[in-house]
Design a protein around this ligand. Sequence first.
Ligand code: GLU
Length: 469
Amino acid sequence: MSDKSVVTRIAPSPTGAMHIGTARTALFNWLYARHTGGKFLLRIEDTDRERSTEAAVQVIFDGLAWLGLEADETPVFQASRAERHTTAVDEMLARGSAYRDYMTPDELEAERTHARAEGRVVRSSWRDLTPNDAPDRPFVVRLKAPLTGATLIDDQVKGPVTFQNKDLDDLILLRTDGTPTYNLAVVVDDHEMGVTHVIRGDDHLNNAARQTLIYQGLGWTPPVWAHLPLIHGPDGTKLSKRHGAQAVSEFADMGYLPEAMRNYLAKLGWGHGDDEIFDDAQAALWFDIKDVVGAPARLDWAKLNHLNNHYIRLAEPARLAALVADIHRSRDLTLHDDHLTALAHVIPFVRDGAKTTLELADATVFALARRPLGFTDKARELVTNPETRERLGRLRHALAAAPAWDVATLEGVNRGFAEAEGVGMGKFGPALRAALSGGAPAPDLAGALVALGKDESLGRLDDALSLNG
Ligand code: GLU
């Protein structure tokens, strides 16, 4: 489908963390914009001035940048538009779709009590009074919402949802201090940003009804609505701290790649048949809001790990080397330039089993160590056993004479050596690996040899051969 007029957006409130649910909402908006050839916009809902610190806003920018979901235009800051929100309310007052409500706090309290007793929503008597009745005291401006009839939200995910207007109170648009309220600001901003599709969490479904009434009050057409179900933890309860991670930055710190997150998040509530693995272009081609599932999606760590392993195996070694180097540095390891080259060289040999870049980092430790290596007790025992030591000495000669230093050749050398010695590989393999790694996890023999290179491998073997038991 191509509809260049489609405009989607993500409108996060800066809270100091970017929740994984916000990331998924951003992804679905981004995918829908890509699918239609439309635009994906970003609005920072920073009207809570205390929470909306520069750092909290930066967390959102960083989260979106890490996920690779950058907006197509410069972000809109909601707080900077307060004046426009106010003039929109002036227009509503002029149209008669809003009114000044002068109820005092005591009167409001009394009305609340009545309303509760009568099982209805709060209604202000100022709704039907003319402005020349206005007293000289603080007022709020309220929406003059219809008292009868119903408001239909034809939600693309939930299906049609009907709200009885008698159950919707006259929403405050401007507070007594003249500041705009949340629902008003969202409507004015979405309209003026040209947003055609509001795709967001279903905690905002009730707001959709209220916002529709504001659209009508302004004489504007509401957008298409799509409310996404929450993301639950693996046990089916609302995602929380005890499920391991909630913030985008936590997933990044745990060693997940952004492309794996995109693939995984796309599958959280949406899917294309049985396809598990797909890239952005594929997802953009297939994605349609109508296919989003209405039931809450459950976080599944095994699936995420599986996908992450897939993307780790696909990634450029130099890119993984940079990521792994950062992890080593965060563990207080000093790395030099040649380490990066060594990492990029070793990564293809160790990445197959890595579910995260943290595991990948663990798997590269053996290659970064400087000679002479430290040995674990077990590794030392293996290489200093007299029989093994002699055999390792002969193996060292065989390896030094290898015609080439690649996996196939070295596998051949090792096999030939086993035959010549009349023993199985088990008789020297573990000792060779111990000599090359000091006991740290290391790939299979030929892999470890090639990862380390000829000089380093033979040097490590020499060091091991000169160890005292
Ligand atoms: N600022 C709201 C939030 O962070 C989103 C509002 C919207 O998408 O309409 O939950």
